[in-house]
Design a protein around this ligand. Structure first.
Ligand code: SF4
Ligand code: SF4
Ligand code: SF4
Ligand code: FES
Length: 933
């Protein structure tokens, strides 16, 4: 038997004043605006339907949901009829039954009668409705005109479109418009000739479709169907879990047959996604069972030796022996570890505890160092906590949205769909990005301003925005006076004429008048929200820019309510969580400094260990120390630093100098080439724990499969710590969360039991906020008063020159994910098989480069080759590439410059030269290396 479908009330929920009506004799009270169909459904009365589903606005086309309403003529459709006070509705009468049977008879007369062999047998609403209305015979026969021979479109790698089964209910078309916002589908033709079409394209694969799966989920028949279900059959049980790709943190149902995943379906009650998904979470999960996975521990004496498969016991003993020996010879501080933003909170917590208590050092850092560490620093300085201020739903209340250095339609697609919906409702949009990203102009979305700033000019830009606000009298003085401090010095600074938009035009590249107009819109357009990405943080002034955005939000009073705020779009699934879990060398969980005696004493008491009051090494310091010969042992949890960290040559030199490098991962990655120990990791489908997304939402990750290597990753950390002489054990991941809650005020109310009960919670979750905190800083900032920080613009030392006249900036695309270790092992590579260099046609012409030519990309650090794509999305002087394929080696060219406060690398500004090349796609020197996100 197929597993149960998610509940469907037929039409969306409303939030009007209460209205009471009678349905089939029962009194029902619902909010005004609710449809009769939904009111009935909420009262347990199910009305037959086909074209209605509660994720979409009612359409009223199938005429199956007819009802009778006292005092009204005819039989109105219950999906399009709103409730009214005192209304008396009948949903079951002989007349209605006969009408519904007639409707179904017409549908079935043009539908293949192959239910028993249909892939959707048991999961088809058309089949269900035939049963519900009691259809027993079809009078019309199948001989007349019909669509039964219509050809199937199997071009998409993940789903098929079989028009012979289509009832033209338009749910797919509406899902693509309303839920996804891509508008890839239309209904072609009229009347009997009506058919669903993928726009002007012949096939789905050639259309605008981005394979989000919304139409597949909305389709009530087998017309749009996952290929995995066609191949394997319907799932029979469900495990609720969380996507492991980006920081949106979508909730999913892993729909299973025994121990095999049949499909991933977004959960309608998922707090972050509310039933929507993107192509990665929905379809690109096959890497979890890919043949490349390493499932047994491997060790070797030297990195030139072949790997030897060993038992867990031998691998743990080998590692502990090496680390102990290193510490005996070189001191305690000669070892350390890097935690992963791909792993659960519980796994990260266990690793940092192993390092602090088991290794006895604070040499722990996380991959967030290379992406969002400036967010943590900047927001803590200004607001008092290292996290975004809003939930995603907040964007539904925004009137002006400013997107800075982020490309949500590719990087955070499910959030982008929410944003586009709000924009279609009339919210205004300011895009600040050197590239013309899709949001600038798309179906029914058009940015009011595209401020095409020069890479590296962020702080000059944000200061100019604030300058306009302050000098034109647009500041929210009441908010500033009541809620903030240190504004006098900031105001005096920001009002200086050198920050005027016109004065910084040369630096920003943005016409002063445009910047001024955008600032006015931001300050006066109602609720104004900032969303930003790595185009903000991965700069030498990343932290300054974060503080600059916080200043602007405070100066305009846009903090502390829905629709406003400063919101980092986090790259990896658990970046927020890995930072929360004490992964930075200077902080315990909840961002408390290791030098704080009171906090450290709590940890020492519970952990029964002496802890170092001095901060440990950051990742770049670890690498520098390794090259200098003072750092010898490194444990790397689920990260590929040899690919993802900047200046590959230096990273490789550091890794090559280590006496013991331990890599825990799914695949033998580039870093493993330097490793002495490889410990097999678990995929998200095997993990038991929690991820924390970009809105601080703690979501449960539940194991659909047993851990393939035989152990959970937190168990491995416990065993290694124990072998190092520090006994550490837990009975379950839930116990680890209990310890996190006991030690971390913002997590005090979090437990697996509460998460299972509430679905998810956003921290802070404690006695003051037992159900979590969707919007922060409502009545006061976490640090008391919001603090204005002076944000002086300092140009990066990386400059374009005669030899390196172009600026390279990097980003990612929808179908691939970061270094591509997972997505490259799925059909997603059909959309993006190689990284390309986008270059403005004028820059290309000057160099004699044509579209598709192979070009060399050289910086002061190194060179690589890739194919060029001429693109007028680029401004002149700036080139762009993605970094999903190791062969491209984007980090061969990135520099050592980094954020002054956090050492986050300056990935987004590299001076380069581009020239025609006849070399194959191999980085010149050294090998491998896409930039991190
Ligand atoms: S998969 Fe998504 S983008 Fe493609 S047609 Fe369906 S709803 Fe539209
Ligand atoms: S493909 Fe499915 S959802 Fe779309 S019109 Fe046909 S039956 Fe309805
Ligand atoms: S938006 Fe992010 S979290 Fe959601 S399905 Fe896509 S990759 Fe996964
Ligand atoms: S469900 Fe109401 S008209 Fe189709």
């Amino acid at each position: 038997m197929a597993c149960a479908r998610q509940p469907d009330h037929g039409t969306p929920a409303r939030d009007g004043a209460p209205v009471t009506l009678t349905i089939d004799g029962a009194r029902v009270t619902v909010p005004a605006g609710t449809s009769v169909m939904r009111a009935a459904s909420e009262a347990g009365i199910s009305i037959p339907k086909l074209c209605a589903t509660d994720s979409l606005e009612a359409f009223g086309s199938c005429r199956l949901c007819l009802v009778e309403i006292e005092g009204r003529k005819g039989t109105p459709a219950s999906c399009t009829t709103p409730v009214a006070d005192g209304m008396v509705v009948a949903t079951r009468t002989d007349r209605l039954a006969s009408l519904r049977r007639g409707v179904m008879e017409l549908y079935i007369s043009d539908h293949p009668l192959d239910c028993l062999t249909c892939a959707a047998n048991g999961d088809c609403e058309l089949q269900d409705m035939a049963g519900v209305v009691g259809l027993r015979a079809v009078r019309y026969g199948m001989d007349g005109a019909n669509h039964l021979a219509a050809e199937k479109d199997a071009s998409n790698p993940y789903f098929t479109f079989d028009p012979s089964k289509c009832i033209v209910c338009s749910r797919c078309v509406r899902a693509c418009e309303e839920t996804q916002g891509t508008f890839a589908l239309t209904i072609d033709g009229r009347g009997f000739a009506s058919t669903v079409a993928a726009g002007m394209a012949e096939a789905f694969m050639d259309s605008e479709c981005v394979s989000c799966g919304a139409c597949v989920q909305a389709c009530p028949t087998a017309t749009l169907m996952e290929k995995s279900v066609i191949e394997k059959g319907l799932p029979e049980h469900v495990v609720e879990t969380t996507c492991a790709y980006c920081g949106v943190g979508c909730s999913f149902r892993a729909e299973m047959q025994g121990t095999e995943v049949v499909r991933m379906v977004p959960s309608k009650d998922g707090g972050a996604n509310e039933g929507h998904s993107c192509v990665k979470g929905r379809f690109a999960w096959g890497y979890a069972t890919h043949a490349d996975r390493v499932t047994t521990p491997l060790i070797r004496e030297r990195i030139t030796d072949p790997w030897r498969a060993v038992s867990w016991e031998e691998a743990i003993a080998f590692t502990a022996r090496r680390f102990r020996d290193i510490q005996a010879r070189h001191g305690r501080g000669a070892v350390g570890g890097i935690t992963s933003s791909r792993c659960t909170n519980e796994e990260v917590f266990a690793v940092q505890k192993m390092i602090r208590a088991g290794f006895g050092v604070n040499n722990v850092d996380t991959c967030a160092r290379v992406c969002h560490s400036p967010t943590g620093y900047g927001l803590k300085q200004t607001f008092g906590t290292s996290a975004g201020t809003q939930d995603f739903k907040s964007v539904e209340s925004a009137d002006v949205v400013m997107v800075i250095g982020a490309n949500p339609t590719d990087g955070h697609p499910v959030f982008a769909s929410r944003l586009k919906k709000r924009l279609r409702q009339g919210a205004r949009l300011i895009v600040v990005d050197p590239r013309r990203i899709d949001l600038v102009r798309g179906p029914h979305v058009q940015a009011d301003f595209h401020l095409q700033l020069r890479p590296g000019a962020n702080v000059a830009f944000i200061n100019a925005m604030a300058h306009v606000v302050v000098t034109e009298g647009l500041a929210d003085r009441a908010f500033m006076a009541e809620r903030c401090e240190d504004m006098d010095a900031w105001e005096a600074f920001i009002a200086e004429p050198r920050h005027a938009p016109e004065a910084v035009e040369e630096i920003t590249g943005i016409p002063g008048a445009d910047l001024r107009a955008a600032a006015r819109m931001f300050a006066t357009g109602g609720n104004a929200a900032i969303y930003y990405g790595l185009g903000v943080t991965e700069h030498s002034q990343g932290s300054t820019m974060v503080m600059g955005m916080a200043n602007l939000a405070m100066a305009t009073g846009n903090i502390g309510r829905p629709g406003v705020g400063v919101n980092p779009l986090r790259g990896q699934n658990n970046v927020q969580g890995s930072c929360d879990m004490g992964s930075f060398p200077h902080e315990f969980t909840g961002y408390r400094h290791v030098s704080d005696d009171t906090v450290r004493a709590q940890f020492e008491t519970l952990w029964r260990a002496d802890l170092d009051p001095e901060p440990g090494l950051r990742i770049p310091n670890m690498f520098d120390s390794a090259v200098a010969g003072t750092f010898k042992g490194l444990f790397v949890q689920g990260e590929d630093v040899a690919q993802s960290d900047p200046n590959t040559r230096h990273v490789h030199a550091a890794l090559g100098a280590l006496e013991c490098l331990v890599v825990q991962d799914l695949f033998l990655n580039e870093t493993a080439a330097f490793a002495h120990v490889f410990l097999p990791g678990t995929s998200f489908l095997e993990k038991d724990g929690t991820f924390t997304n970009a809105e601080r939402r703690i979501n449960r990750v539940r194991p659909a499969l047993a851990p393939v290597p035989g152990k959970h990753e937190w168990q491995v950390a416990c065993e290694l710590a124990t072998a190092m002489g520090y006994p550490m054990s837990y009975g379950s991941a839930a116990e680890i969360m209990d310890e996190i809650a006991a030690l971390t005020p913002t997590f005090a109310g979090v437990s697996f039991e509460r998460l299972d009960r509430l679905g998810s919670v956003q921290w802070p979750c404690n006695d003051a906020a037992p159900a979590g905190t969707p919007v922060m800083h409502v009545d006061g900032f976490v640090r008391g008063k919001g603090r204005f920080m002076v944000t002086e613009f300092v140009a990066t030392e990386e400059r374009a020159s005669r030899f390196f006249p172009l600026i390279l900036t990097t980003g990612r695309i929808l179908t691939q994910y970061n270094v591509g270790a997972q997505t490259r092992r799925t059909e997603n590579s059909r959309w993006h098989a190689e990284d390309l260099l986008d270059i403005h046609p004028h820059d290309a012409e000057q160099r004699g480069i044509r579209d598709g030519d192979r070009v060399s990309l050289a910086s002061r650090m190194g060179a690589t080759t890739l194919r060029a794509r001429l693109s007028d999305r680029m401004p002149q002087g700036v080139v762009y590439t993605t970094f999903h394929h190791p062969v491209t080696g984007a980090n061969v060219v990135t520099t050592d410059y980094s954020d002054w406060a956090t050492n986050c690398p300056e990935y987004k500004v590299t001076a380069v030269q581009v020239a025609l090349s006849n070399q194959p796609a191999t980085p010149a020197e050294p090998a491998g290396a896409p930039a991190a996100e």
